[in-house]
Design a protein around this ligand. Sequence first.
Ligand code: MYA
Length: 578
Amino acid sequence: MAKENLPSFSKGMFSGVILDELVFPYPKMKEEEAEDLKMMQDSFRKFAEDHIDGQKIDEEEKYPDGLIDQLKELGFMGLSVPEEYDGFGLSATAYTKMFELFGGINPSVAITLGAHQSIGYKGLVLYGNEEQKKKYLPKLASGEMLAAYCLTEPGAGSDAAGIKTKAVRDEENGVYILNGSKIWITNGGVADFFTVFAKEEMPDKDGKMTEKISAFLVTRDMGGITSGKEEHKLGLKGSSTTEVFFEDVKVPFENLLGERGKGFKIAMNVLNNGRLGLAGGSIGALKVVMKEAIAHIRQRKQFRKTLSEFEMIKEKVAQMTVDLFATESMIYLTSGLVDRGDVDYSLESAMCKIRATEVTWHGVNECLQMVGGLGFMKEYPYQRYLRDGRVNMIFEGTNEILRMFTALAGMHERGQYLRKIGTALKGPIKGFGVLTDYATQWLKGRVSTERIRDVHPELAAAKVQFETWAKNMHFSAERALIHVGKNIIYREMIQERLANAAIDLYAMIATISRVDTMITEKGAENCSVEIKLCNTFADQAWRRVRRNLLMVDSNNDREMREIADFIVDQEKYPFETI
Ligand code: MYA
């Protein structure tokens, strides 16, 4: 059973509390694990050189014969399976670093490996009982069984709780009868182990029958499972994506995963893990594409200068580096939080997924631009990585849904608090009483006076920028709650700005912590580039935060909604020039 959660750094930040002990010092992998990791990375790199040809996979829309079997033999299927069940039992940090490598070498291969272990059998690792783990994990670790995660349905994508797949308890035979269909299932055509989420009727706490989501471990040999045809996709062409149908599948009671009716939380917690691996895989891809583009701009000459000498090209290279450095800092700060095992990291992993997939999309696009016409050609990898990376902003939670989740879950606790005051004063949340109380608190300095610990003087300005804007973010979130009240759930443009501010702030603190910890270990004189990266990122980030927060209060949201409604009514863009 996964340990349930202590404080969250980012939820604290929304509430005006900076839990700096969660982010300082920057986490570091144990030496022994770092050595093992290096060996695994070297072995995968060597294997990939001889066996993985990204362009061929893309063109033929399939893996070369035997590739998956070779990956199984090399042991890459059991990275997150604990050692006692024959896996590698990697920490979240080492696991994410492996996915960085996979994502860089070939996103199709990464997605097959990821759907198997980041989400396919992760529920079993987190919530399975001893018997279930003993029965399935060794087979999953060896690759004898390949796993898939089955949540999405034709009528339930972002709205995961809207699933219709049914599980009916047959008490007499000790089985659940499972019926329904799941779409866009990665590994759907090749998996034989499925973590399936379905609704079952069960009594609530008052004994009234109600539908709740439960999670099930389902294997193809139970019968009644069929896979649809392989989908033709924009990218990730080597990976299998199909519909999966469950028709009167008899799932033994002992294959219920976790508690009855607790499947939604299981689904979400699996995704919290998966999102971090996806973030790692994304930046791995960007690193590879950057390397390719840098080799090009160093040698290609125009106007008797190499491309790398042009200032607009320098700007692109520098911006990608600054963004990548900050994103990497967020990802491995978060994997460190996961490895602690006692912290709620749901917001942080969502924020890493959003930032990493967008920085990668933008970065790969910039690399394509830097190499000019060549970037558009099929024999170069730029267009392929762009296509392969596009879905990263859609699956494992669209970035829009994850921004809503970040803002709403971030504000949840503060909203509860304000509601309590509102109820006590018998007024709505936006009542005068609340404002008075809020103002009194503010005047007494009880809200958001937290500071982070001292950092190296080279990072002092970044520290102050973080503290100032973290405090302002908290005030903005609170003002939004007071003014909009419970309608905040419909004000998505406000949520988006608060989420963007929170992402930048989390990236700032992660970068400050990383560089401060480096300075402590190596001395500032040996970290001059990292200090420059940190300070440049912080300087850019606080300006974005300021803009986002200003626009929480002053914006064109009403006009934007009206324009959109008008255009949707017209069913097209209706204007002509005169
Ligand atoms: S798999 C499919 C992905 N699908 C999604 O991600 C669905 C997105 N939707 C959602 O996440 C939820 O429906 C949302 C909730 C968030 C919208 N952690 O009332 P609620 C709790 C913990 O807000 P809803 C795929 O694409 C919440 O606190 N708890 O619910 C694979 C509340 O608890 P309580 C959470 O309005 C592709 C309860 O749930 C979380 O219905 C293959 C209800 O919440 C959370 N995160 O909407 C990828 N969220 O009741 C392979 C909510 O106690 C990847 N809750 O207050 C492999 C990678 C490889 C590398 C690649 C390299 C290129």
